[in-house]
Design a protein around this ligand. Structure first.
Ligand SMILES: O=P(O)(O)OC[C@@H](O)[C@@H](O)c1c[nH]c2ccccc12
Length: 267
C-alpha cells in the first residue's frame, strides 16, 4: 500500500463516482429522496447521550480496512446492527467504500433496517452526487473528511447535506484541518486519531485538538479506541462521544464488547 493511502483512495474514488453516476443519474436519486421519511436524529441522539453520561458511542460496521486487512470474515450487517443496539450503541457508522474497506451501500441499508439507531455513511465523499446518493440509500448522516476536500468543496458538500436533512460529521486530524472545519457551520466535529496519510493512531490527537472546538459543537473522538483505559483518558479530557470499529468487529458479539467497554469504564 502506498505511503499516502488517502491520495490513492481519492484517485480511485473519482473514477468510481464517474462510473456510478452514469448508472444512476442525479435526477433518479433526487426522485427517491423526495419521497423519503425524515432522517433519524443522529446529532441530537449523540448530543443527548454525551451530555447525560459522556459515553455516546457510534459503533462501526466494518468488514476490512487498508491497514488491518479483513477484520471480520463472517460479516452480517443485520446481526451486527442488532447486537450493537442491544449493547447500548447511540448510533451506527457503516463503511460503504468497496475498494479499500470491503463495504457496500447495501450493508448500510440492511444495518439500518435492522435497528432504530441513526446511521452514518462512512465513505470518501468528494462530489455532490455522492451526497444525494447518501440520502437516497437512507443514511441519516454524512462524513466529510477535511483532508480530502478544499474549502469550497467542504462548504458546498456540507450545505447540500444539511439541505437534504443529513447530519454532517466533519473529520479532522490536525490543527490546520481543524481551523478549516470550524469555518463551516456545523455541529459535529470528528477528530480522527488515525493519520489518514500514514494510518498510525494516537489518542493524543483528540486531546490536543479538542480545546480548539467551541462549546456549541460536539467532539467525536475517532479510531484507535480499544479498552476502558482509552475511554477514561478521553473522558478525563472532556470528550463524551466515540467512534469505534475494529475493537468491536474482532469480537464474536460486537454489542457485548460495547456494553462491557461502557460498563468497565464506569466501574
Ligand atoms: O476501527 P477503529 O480504529 O475503531 O476506527 C473506526 C473509525 O474511526 C475509522 O474506521 C475511520 C475514521 N475515519 C475514517 C474515514 C474513512 C474510513 C475509515 C475511517
Amino acid at each position: 500500500m502506498s505511503s499516502d493511502i488517502l491520495k490513492t483512495i481519492l484517485e480511485a474514488k473519482e473514477q468510481e463516482v464517474e462510473r456510478r453516476r452514469s448508472d444512476r443519474p442525479l435526477d433518479e436519486l433526487k426522485a427517491i429522496v423526495k419521497d423519503l421519511p425524515p432522517c433519524r436524529d443522529f446529532a441530537g441522539e449523540l448530543r443527548t447521550r454525551a451530555a447525560a453520561t459522556q459515553d455516546a458511542v457510534i459503533a462501526e460496521v466494518k468488514r476490512a480496512s487498508p491497514s488491518a486487512g479483513i477484520i471480520r470474515p463472517d460479516f452480517d450487517p443485520e446481526a451486527i446492527a442488532k447486537s450493537y443496539q442491544a449493547g447500548g450503541a447511540t448510533c451506527l457508522s457503516v463503511l460503504t467504500d468497496e475498494g479499500f474497506f470491503g463495504g457496500q451501500s447495501a450493508f448500510l441499508v440492511e444495518a439500518r433496517a435492522a435497528c432504530r439507531l441513526p446511521v452514518l455513511r462512512k465513505d470518501f465523499i468528494i462530489d455532490p452526487w455522492q451526497v444525494v446518493e447518501t440520502r437516497a440509500i437512507g443514511s441519516d448522516a454524512l462524513l466529510l473528511i477535511v483532508a480530502a476536500l478544499n474549502d469550497d468543496q467542504l462548504a458546498e458538500l456540507s450545505e447540500l447535506g444539511k439541505e437534504l436533512g443529513l447530519a454532517v460529521l466533519v473529520e479532522v486530524h490536525d490543527e490546520e484541518e481543524m481551523e478549516r472545519a470550524l469555518k463551516v457551520p456545523g455541529d459535529l466535529v470528528g477528530i480522527n486519531n488515525r493519520d489518514l496519510h500514514r494510518f498510525v493512531t494516537d489518542l493524543e490527537t483528540t486531546l490536543r485538538l479538542a480545546p480548539m472546538v467551541p462549546k456549541d459543537r460536539l467532539v467525536v473522538s475517532e479510531s484507535g479506541i480499544h479498552g476502558p483505559e482509552d475511554i477514561k483518558k478521553l473522558q478525563d479530557g472532556g470528550i463524551g462521544a466515540f467512534l469505534i470499529g475494529e475493537a468491536f468487529m474482532r469480537v464474536e458479539e460486537p454489542g457485548e464488547a460495547l456494553s462491557s467497554l461502557l460498563g468497565a469504564h464506569q466501574a
